[in-house]
Ligand binder design. Structure first.
Ligand code: SF4
Length: 219
């Protein structure tokens, strides 16, 4: 049984699928406790569903809306006890593109299916979980499918620069995104930082908060 916090069809709010229709499935539970977590409700379980039933729901949604991509998020969707279920679904539905938003603390080596794209959120020092990133993942990310995302405050910028240099040595050309922690840095400050330091970073932001400014959940 998979434990679900919520699932719904929305417009993706973050890189690399920003602006695209997506079936978001938020799995319950996380192995980290980030200082700036905006899904503090990630431990709720509002539905138990078998992997077969979830697979059927995904199939029906994509039949109705063929452009739909599927996003597993959390919490941490790659917690050990459900990895087998998730990857069985992805493996069975090869015609659908699946995105997995992970906090990067879990090894991904065995899960590089062609229709599975990883978005690894490398937690910054201000999250208090920076050291939990599983460094060996860096050499396994695929430049045509996976990416790393950083959510930063002003205090993280120097750290970010050193991490980019580190990643470029191990896996050059891997797409890298940066977005602001709410109220901790402005978009303009991030843009200036990228330009001044000539960094291979793409800017992102939480697009869904602009589309639905009054909704904290379900978007
Ligand atoms: S990894 Fe994500 S869900 Fe887990 S505590 Fe950090 S921000 Fe929240």
């Amino acid at each position: 049984m998979l434990e679900i916090v919520e699932k719904f069809i929305t417009i993706s709010g973050e890189a690399p699928t920003i602006g695209e229709p997506i079936f978001l499935i938020r799995l319950s539970g996380c192995n980290l406790t980030c200082s700036y977590c905006d899904t503090t409700y990630n431990n709720e379980v509002n539905e138990y569903i078998s992997s077969d039933n979830l697979k059927n729901e995904i199939i029906e949604n994509v039949q109705d809306f063929p452009e739909l991509k599927v996003l597993f998020t959390g919490g941490e969707p790659l917690l050990k006890e459900r990895q087998e279920d998730i990857f069985a679904i992805i493996n069975d539905l090869k015609y659908i593109n699946f995105y997995i938003e992970t906090n990067g603390s879990v090894p991904i080596t065995n899960f590089t299916l062609p229709n599975c794209y990883f978005v690894a959120d490398w937690k910054s020092p201000t999250s208090k979980n920076e050291i939990d990133f599983y460094l060996d993942n860096l050499k396994h990310f695929r430049i045509d499918k996976d990416c790393i995302k950083f959510v930063v405050s002003k205090d993280d910028l120097h750290w970010l620069k050193t991490k980019i240099s580190h990643i470029n040595k191990i896996n050059p050309f891997l797409p890298l995104y940066v977005s602001p922690q709410f109220n901790k840095i402005t978009l303009e400050e991030i843009a200036d930082f990228i330009i001044k330091n000539k960094l291979p970073l793409k800017m992102s932001f939480q697009f869904h908060k602009i589309i639905w400014p009054l909704k904290d959940r379900g978007v």
